[in-house]
Design a protein around this ligand. Sequence first.
Ligand code: A2P
Length: 267
Amino acid sequence: MKMINEKYTLNNGVSIPKIGFGTWQIKPGDDTFNAVSLALKAGYRHIDTAAGYQNEESVGKAIKASKVPRDQIFVTSKLESHIKTYEEALDAFEKSMQALDLGYIDLFIIHAPWPWNEMGKDCREGNVLAYKALEKVYKEGRVKAIGVSNFSKDDVENILKNCDVVPAVNQIGYFIGLDQSEIISYCREHDILIEAYSPLGIGYLLSNETIQSVAKRYHVSPAQICIRYLLQKETLPLPKSVHEDRIIQNTHVDFEISLDDMSLLDT
Ligand code: A2P
């Protein structure tokens, strides 16, 4: 089976396509509508958005316009990082539901353990309150899975200690050259899938000489090496592009990077 059609199984039994289409930094409106439409045409069946990207409505419109049945598309959205109370989290969930207008959300996650403008702030109590709101809508069946993003080991531990539902995923920045081994092994111990945002290092990795030389050996592009590397690490890459040729190229990752080359890329 082609990688773009393969799925991981989350810790609650729900299937999730192994490659997701990232929409961070794609402008709401036509840009998002067009990019998501192209992604669905190219075969992506997993779209990652967030309230904070302000493009949920355009994502929802593109999905509806695609005519791909709703149950064949996996949609993730995120609770904005500053929301750390139960009631506000429930309200925010309703807003995401309305903006997407797709009947249900597949995966809803806390965007970050602290507000973006107060990075590192201790929000343990607030994260538990927000997560309990996610548990409520999960138990009601309005979302198929819940999880977290940008959570450290301590942040995840706080949820495991104080909440009922083990997060299905932790979405973190992860790409070749960034050591995330501690949080990855901790999440793996608890059967929490790692999703990798910025898999191309926001594009910066593509001019890296080592990655370029490995790419040449496999007759693929540096972007394809970056995406394939994350899949071989058993994580879920979320590449973003607004260009059709790149959107398509990023799905063609049906080759195997050798163990030697994986080690080279690790360094
Ligand atoms: P663009 O959207 O203009 O195509 P990341 O997924 O790590 O955030 O990286 C996204 C960046 O990499 C974007 O700037 C995107 O540009 C660029 N990009 C995505 N796919 C490719 C590709 N296959 N080749 C070159 N650049 C790419």
